[in-house]
Design a protein around this ligand. Structure first.
Ligand SMILES: *[C@@H]1O[C@H](CO)[C@@H](O)[C@H](O)[C@H]1NC(C)=O
Ligand SMILES: *[C@@H]1O[C@H](CO)[C@@H](O)[C@H](O)[C@H]1NC(C)=O
Ligand SMILES: *[C@@H]1O[C@H](CO)[C@@H](O)[C@H](O)[C@H]1NC(C)=O
Ligand SMILES: *[C@@H]1O[C@H](CO)[C@@H](O)[C@H](O)[C@H]1NC(C)=O
Ligand SMILES: *[C@@H]1O[C@H](CO)[C@@H](O)[C@H](O)[C@H]1NC(C)=O
Ligand SMILES: *[C@@H]1O[C@H](CO)[C@@H](O)[C@H](O)[C@H]1NC(C)=O
Ligand SMILES: *[C@@H]1O[C@H](CO)[C@@H](O)[C@H](O)[C@H]1NC(C)=O
Ligand SMILES: *[C@@H]1O[C@H](CO)[C@@H](O)[C@H](O)[C@H]1NC(C)=O
Length: 792
């Protein structure tokens, strides 16, 4: 009994001691808000009002780098839901969060500012607090206004109540960006998640370095088709998804009905995961672009890859065989998602892994390699290309198939031969060397008798004989003009169908297979505002593209001719602008490959019989490019006067350089003048500069083409000038995207941002320094004056 009593006493003592010990630890008083002058250091934490969230500095053990973040109180893994400085870590524990009297929220270290989180620049009774929704806000207490909130600057996670989408009025665009390497490097990774309206359907879109990679499918009140239900009772998490759309924007939100620590995260692989990291997107690890029922966006499959190829994670190593190599991409800003793309697109690549131990960089194995699997725990994991082989039992099927195919090809070749002989007969004076296209083997089918436009391998091949006959031996009478990539001829097939034949100049230096691939892609890009490619013809070195024929020629023919321009009234001109915008948007955003036109100009806009505009020559710049992965091309293809400054000077192209050309085109359509034509007025200004001067002086209507009758909508006219000037701004990032342009043009009540000075503006600023003879002209209308400087 005594020992029991002793034991009990001991137990009570222990308990008491542990209690007092806990009490004795100097507990830091909970901080729930910050006032101007307050500082939060590495050992302090800001608690949310109801205690659900915490904000503070944390270090990542693998890198010893420190960040400021928000996490759920009590979450065992303390998953970081928001990070203030993902790209600017602090290298030691000296980081401080400060709020000063202007409302500026900063992280400093060693007396220097590491990152400005918010700079509202407002005095008043300021307070920074973490709300119980996980939103970190800076508020002006007297006016009860939120000056800044972390919900407006999402990182990789979405919390209940947080928005994903955009608001055109406030110009906010809430998107998620993946971490570079999951759980260790929060720096911006390869993937972004945004909400977009694609063909009138609202979809979540994951992009990899700007290229659409995965889409959720159209929102259908219940959810998204490729993002399985969050309502399934078996799942750990249950979320109610909600989509709100208005005329000026839309956003996606969710509320959690089941599961602790709810969130939606864009993982560093580009997948969407719920709170505990379980993946909710249907694809497993990588999207390959060969379609399927998983939302992965189909894209051009590299020649060498098959629909069943994929990468598998295996332990072991590659064994060197002769003639093999390893490539390294020593870039600390890329990780596995980028390596997968590099390997997938590089035909000889058989496997990859990251280069650095922290998960960045790429190492890629090329050539014929064997992989030796090593299941012992210490072998490293690699991503190995797995190509399922056809089973041996089916060999006889292949034999039979190849016999059948050989016979078919023989039959076809005979057919083509007789056909060509017939044509030669008809035309009598054909040159001797007309023979069937040498590409017959790779194109396998050339059914010319078929009158409908059914695609054969998605691309129709015409024989050289047929093209020669149609264009009357490329006679100069049939020549329609000279495009950027070669002359264009009118042709007429024996059945009466009219076509335009572009004879590509021989500078492309591309292989036949690559050329074919490009053509198949170009042929797939179809939109009512794009000229339709009917097919192609290959004869020796010679490559030709066959387009639908546009009876009304090109826009420049109408626009810059004093007589024909009268046929283009304001209504028509506005429709043409809208049509071009729609075609360009399609190229930039919704076609299977993102196409940057790079040579948009009035002569590349053709008009059909109803004067609907159709953009021509798209996709060709791409086939003429030397290196697919380079964003800077040595060969600047384009037309002077339409080229954006960054393109003309550095060869850097982007969709924004097309926007620039579109802006120039808009101004030309309004004024009926060529961009470069204003020299005749003895002015050092081009059209852009002229439009800008007028606009600044409030004389925008002066830009109007005199051929336009008074029948036009003044407000709409001014709006188009405004949008045009936004498109030709110097900074590519300032320029709107084509979808912005379309909403700006279409919505008369939408307020537009103020246009900054355009590029190539050689007006007053520059001229003033050397001008001695200034001449002032009066605008005739509206009594506005515009100063025009004349150089000596
Ligand atoms: C953080 O601030 C608190 C309160 O001002 C202070 O007691 C503590 O020593 C500071 N910690 C560090 C590491 O500076
Ligand atoms: C991080 O710091 C710890 C302790 O100071 C040190 O042992 C470790 O090597 C550091 N790790 C890195 C990656 O620098
Ligand atoms: C932490 O780093 C900053 C800048 O990198 C430096 O100024 C400061 O002295 C360092 N502090 C400590 C305690 O090492
Ligand atoms: C501040 O505004 C919010 C909503 O905007 C409101 O719920 C709250 O009651 C307001 N607080 C005061 C003190 O007016
Ligand atoms: C929002 O940003 C994403 C990714 O940067 C972009 O794809 C999308 O077009 C933007 N949306 C708007 C309306 O600007
Ligand atoms: C966009 O922001 C404006 C101004 O705050 C607001 O009135 C409007 O409702 C918002 N639109 C959407 C779709 O959220
Ligand atoms: C590293 O990769 C990033 C992201 O793709 C790219 O922007 C950057 O130019 C690359 N740096 C080098 C040196 O290639
Ligand atoms: C990862 O490792 C590479 C090479 O060692 C280094 O250059 C890079 O800075 C590291 N990145 C991070 C975030 O630690």
């Amino acid at each position: 009994m005594k020992s029991l009593a002793n034991y009990t006493f001991f137990l009570i003592l222990t308990l008491f001691c542990s209690q007092t010990c806990i009490i004795n630890i100097p507990s830091v008083a909970a901080i729930t808000s910050m006032k101007p002058g307050d500082v939060l250091n590495h050992s302090q934490v800001l608690d949310s009002e109801g205690g659900r969230f915490k904000l503070g500095f944390f270090s990542i053990p693998q890198t010893n780098k420190t960040y400021l973040g928000i996490w759920y109180a009590g979450d065992p893994v303390e998953k970081k839901l928001w990070i203030a400085n993902p790209n600017t870590p602090i290298l030691n524990n000296s980081g401080l969060l400060t709020l000063d009297s202007t409302g500026a929220l900063r992280i400093t270290s060693g007396g220097k500012t590491v990152v400005n989180i918010a700079t509202p620049l407002l005095t008043g009774s300021l307070i920074a607090r973490l709300q119980d929704s996980g939103n970190f806000v800076v508020q002006d207490e007297t006016r009860n206004r939120t000056l800044w909130q972390s919900f407006d600057h999402p990182t990789s996670c979405l919390l209940p109540g947080m928005k994903l989408g955009y608001n055109l009025t406030t110009r906010q665009n809430w998107t998620l960006t993946s971490w570079l390497v999951s759980s260790t490097i929060p720096a911006s990774g390869a993937f972004t998640l945004s909400l977009e309206a694609i063909q009138d359907a609202f979809q979540l879109v994951v992009s990899r370095r700007g290229e659409i990679y995965w889409t959720s499918g159209a929102w259908n009140d219940q959810g998204f088709p490729y993002l399985p239900s969050f309502r399934d009772s078996a799942t750990t998490y249950q979320y109610n998804l909600n989509l709100v759309s208005g005329t000026d924007g839309m956003f996606f939100q969710f509320e959690a009905t089941k599961g602790s620590f709810p969130s939606l995260e864009l993982s560093s692989d580009g997948a969407i995961a719920a709170g505990d990291g379980s993946i909710y997107t249907r694809y497993n690890k990588f999207c390959y672009g060969y379609g399927g029922d998983d939302g992965c966006v189909s894209s051009q499959l590299p020649e060498c890859r098959k629909d069943s190829d994929k990468f598998e994670q295996k332990r072991g190593d590659f064994i060197d065989l002769s003639g093999t190599s390893t490539s390294y991409y020593d870039n600390a800003s890329i990780s596995l998602g980028d390596c997968m793309q590099k390997c997938w697109e590089h035909c000889s690549c058989v496997g990859f892994t990251s280069l650095n131990s922290n998960g960045t960089g790429c190492r890629i194995w090329n050539g014929k390699r064997d992989f030796r699997v090593d299941e012992s725990g210490n072998a490293v994991q690699r991503y190995v290309l797995v190509s399922p082989k056809s089973s041996k039992g089916k060999t006889w099927i292949w034999i039979v198939l190849s016999i059948v195919i050989t016979m078919l090809i023989c039959g076809l070749v005979c057919l083509i031969k007789t056909r060509i002989q017939k044509l030669q007969h008809e035309k009598r004076k054909k040159e001797e060397h007309i023979h069937e296209m040498n590409a017959a083997d790779s194109f396998s089918n050339t059914n010319l008798k078929e009158e409908d436009e059914r695609e054969v391998q998605d691309l129709k091949i015409f024989s050289f004989g047929l093209i020669l006959a149609a264009t009357n031996n490329f006679s100069s009478d049939n020549k329609l003009g000279e495009g950027g990539f070669g002359p264009v001829y009118k042709g007429q097939f024996p059945d009466g169908r009219e076509v335009a034949v572009k004879r590509l100049s021989r500078t492309s230096g591309q292989g036949l297979a690559e050329f074919k691939n490009e053509l198949i892609l170009i042929a797939k890009v179809q939109h009512r505002n794009l000229v339709r490619v009917l097919g192609c013809c290959i004869h020796g070195d010679e490559k030709m593209l066959i387009y639908e024929y546009m009876p009304n020629k090109s826009l420049d023919f109408f626009l810059f001719d004093p007589e024909t321009k009268k046929l283009l009234d304001w209504q028509k001109r506005f429709e043409i602008i809208e049509g071009i915008a729609q075609g360009l948007l399609y190229l930039h955003k919704y076609s299977r490959m993102r196409v940057i036109h790079r040579d948009l100009k009035a002569s590349n806009v053709l008009l059909d019989e109803n004067m609907n505009p159709k953009i021509a020559d798209f996709g060709l710049a791409r086939t003429f490019k030397q290196n697919e992965t380079e964003a800077v091309t040595r060969r600047v293809v384009g037309t002077y006067g339409y080229m954006a400054p960054e393109f003309a000077m550095e060869g850097a192209f982007s969709i924004k350089s097309d926007v620039f050309s579109f802006g120039v085109l808009m101004l030309e359509i309004l004024s009926g003048r060529r961009n470069a034509s204003l020299q005749q007025f003895n002015r050092p200004l081009n059209l852009i500069g002229y439009a800008w001067e007028l606009w600044k002086e409030g004389c925008g209507l002066e830009l109007k083409d005199p051929a336009l009758e008074d029948l036009y909508d003044t407000e709409q006219f001014l709006r188009v000038i405004h949008v045009g000037l936004l498109c030709v701004q110097e900074g590519a990032t300032d320029r709107p995207t084509m979808s912005d342009v379309i909403s700006m043009l279409g919505n008369g009540s939408m307020s537009l941002p103020i246009a900054k000075q355009p590029a190539f503006f050689t007006g007053r600023d520059e001229a003033e320094s050397y001008s001695s003879s200034n001449k002032t002209e009066q605008c005739s209308i509206n009594d506005c004056s515009i100063t025009v400087i004349e150089a000596r």
